[in-house]
Design a protein around this ligand. Structure first.
Ligand SMILES: NC(=O)c1ccc[n+]([C@@H]2O[C@H](COP(=O)([O-])OP(=O)(O)OC[C@H]3O[C@@H](n4cnc5c(N)ncnc54)[C@H](OP(=O)(O)O)[C@@H]3O)[C@@H](O)[C@H]2O)c1
Length: 340
C-alpha cells in the first residue's frame, strides 16, 4: 500500500490570550509542530473538517460553569473534527479509516488510537455530516420536550446548528406548527423555504412576545430554547397550559450581553400554566451518536431532513476569521471549516 506523503510540519491554532470582550484575530496564534510517524499504539490523522460553534466563545472564559474543558493560552484548542487515518501504529485503526475526534484547530492530529472513533463512511453523504448537532437536537426535542402530533413548537435561535435540526425533528415527529426566531430577513427565508418551518420572525422586529402571540394565538406547546434572555421570557408569556420547555442554550448571554443568559422567570405565570422546564447538557454517549447517525442517514436518503450547514474554506490560516464571522452571525446551520 502506498501512503500519502506526510508533510514535515502541521499548522495549528493556539489561544493567545483570553478575550475581555470582543474576539479578534489577536486572540489566536498560528503555530507549526513537527510531524513524524506515530509511536506504539498511536495514529496520525489528516483532519478534513471541524465544526465551529458559539460554545467555543464560552471556552475562552477561564472560569465558566461548562461541563467541558476550557481553552488555555499558549495551548492548542480542541473541538469536534473528522479526518482520515494516514499513519497507524495500532491494530485498532487502519490507514484510510474515517474517524471523529476532538483534536481540532490543526491540520494533523497525533494520539492514541482510543482517542479516535471510527465512523462508517458509507452511512452519511460526506464526512462533514458526522459533525451535525443531531444528538443534542434529538435529546432536547424528543427526550426533554417529548414533541408529538399536533404540537405548536417555538425554536429560538432557529438557524443555529442545533436549532436548525431541532425544528426539522419537530416536523418529523408530527408537530402541527413550527415557528423559529432568527436575526435577519434572509435567515427567515432559509427557515421557511429550505428547512420547512411554518413561520419565522426576526427577533429584532419589536417585542418577541407580540410576534409569538400573532403566530401562535392558541399558545406554544413546546419551546426549544437556544437563546435565553427576552426570548425565554416571551415564551413563558406565550406558553399554553402544560407547555414543555427544553432549555438548551443561552446565545443571548454567550454572544450578546451577560443578562441574556440570566432571564427572569415569571413564577406568577409559570405556576398556573404548570410549565415543565427541562434544562439539559448533552455529553454525547457513543450510543447516542451511533443512534443519531443511523437515523440521520436514513432520513437523508428518504429526503425527510436536510443537513443545514455552511462550509467555510481557507484552512487553518482562515480559521480565526471564520470563527469571528460566526460570532458576528454571518452563517446559518452548523458551520463546518475545512482544515486540509
Ligand atoms: N445543552 C446542550 O447539551 C448543548 C449542546 C450543544 C450546544 N448547546 C448550546 O446550544 C446553543 C446553540 O448552539 P449551536 O452550536 O447550534 O450555535 P451556533 O450554530 O454557534 O449559533 C450561531 C447563531 O446564534 C445566533 N445568535 C448569535 N447571537 C445571538 C443573540 N444575542 N441572540 C439570539 N441569537 C443569537 C446567530 O444567528 P441569528 O442571525 O439568528 O442571530 C448565529 O448565527 C448554544 O447556546 C450552545 O452553547 C447546548
Amino acid at each position: 500500500m502506498t501512503y500519502e506523503a506526510l508533510p514535515p510540519m502541521s499548522r495549528e491554532l493556539h489561544l493567545a490570550a483570553y478575550p475581555d470582550d470582543e474576539v479578534t484575530p489577536e486572540h489566536f496564534r498560528l503555530t507549526e509542530t513537527e510531524l513524524s510517524d506515530p509511536d506504539d499504539g498511536k495514529v496520525v490523522v489528516r483532519n478534513l473538517w471541524m465544526s465551529l460553534g458559539a460554545v467555543y466563545r464560552d471556552q475562552m472564559i477561564p472560569d465558566t460553569d461548562l461541563p467541558i474543558p476550557v481553552f488555555r493560552p499558549g495551548q492548542p484548542m480542541w473541538g469536534r473534527t473528522v479526518g482520515t487515518v494516514v499513519r497507524s501504529n495500532s491494530p485498532e485503526l487502519a490507514v484510510g479509516d474515517l474517524v471523529e475526534h476532538f483534536y481540532g484547530w490543526r491540520e494533523y492530529a497525533t494520539g492514541y488510537a482510543q482517542e479516535f472513533f471510527r465512523r462508517d463512511a458509507g452511512l452519511l453523504p460526506a464526512p462533514e455530516y458526522f459533525l451535525a448537532q443531531g444528538p443534542t437536537a434529538w435529546r432536547g426535542m424528543v427526550d426533554m420536550a417529548e414533541v408529538g402530533e399536533g404540537d405548536t413548537v417555538f425554536v429560538s435561535g432557529a438557524t443555529s446548528g442545533v436549532g436548525s435540526l431541532a425544528g426539522q425533528l419537530a416536523k418529523l415527529r408530527g408537530a402541527k406548527r413550527v415557528i423559529g426566531s432568527t436575526g435577519s430577513k434572509a435567515k427567515i427565508g432559509y427557515l421557511v423555504d429550505e428547512l420547512g418551518f411554518d413561520a419565522a420572525f426576526d427577533y429584532h422586529d419589536g417585542p418577541v412576545v407580540d410576534r409569538l402571540m400573532e403566530l401562535a394565538p392558541d399558545g406554544i406547546d413546546v419551546f426549544f430554547d437556544n437563546v435565553g434572555g427576552d426570548q425565554f421570557e416571551a415564551a413563558v408569556a406565550a406558553a399554553a397550559r402544560g407547555a414543555r420547555f427544553a432549555l438548551c442554550g443561552a446565545l443571548a448571554g454567550q454572544l450578546g450581553d451577560d443578562a441574556g443568559g440570566r432571564p427572569r422567570l415569571d413564577l406568577m405565570t409559570a405556576y398556573p400554566k404548570e410549565l415543565v422546564l427541562r434544562p439539559f447538557a448533552t455529553l454525547h454517549s457513543p450510543d447516542q451518536i451511533a443512534d443519531w447517525n443511523e437515523h440521520f442517514g436514513r432520513w437523508l436518503r428518504e429526503e425527510r431532513i436536510v443537513f443545514p450547514h455552511t462550509a467555510v474554506e481557507g484552512g487553518i490560516p482562515a480559521l480565526a476569521e471564520n470563527f469571528i464571522a460566526l460570532l458576528n452571525r454571518r452563517y446559518s446551520g452548523t458551520v463546518v471549516a475545512r482544515l486540509t
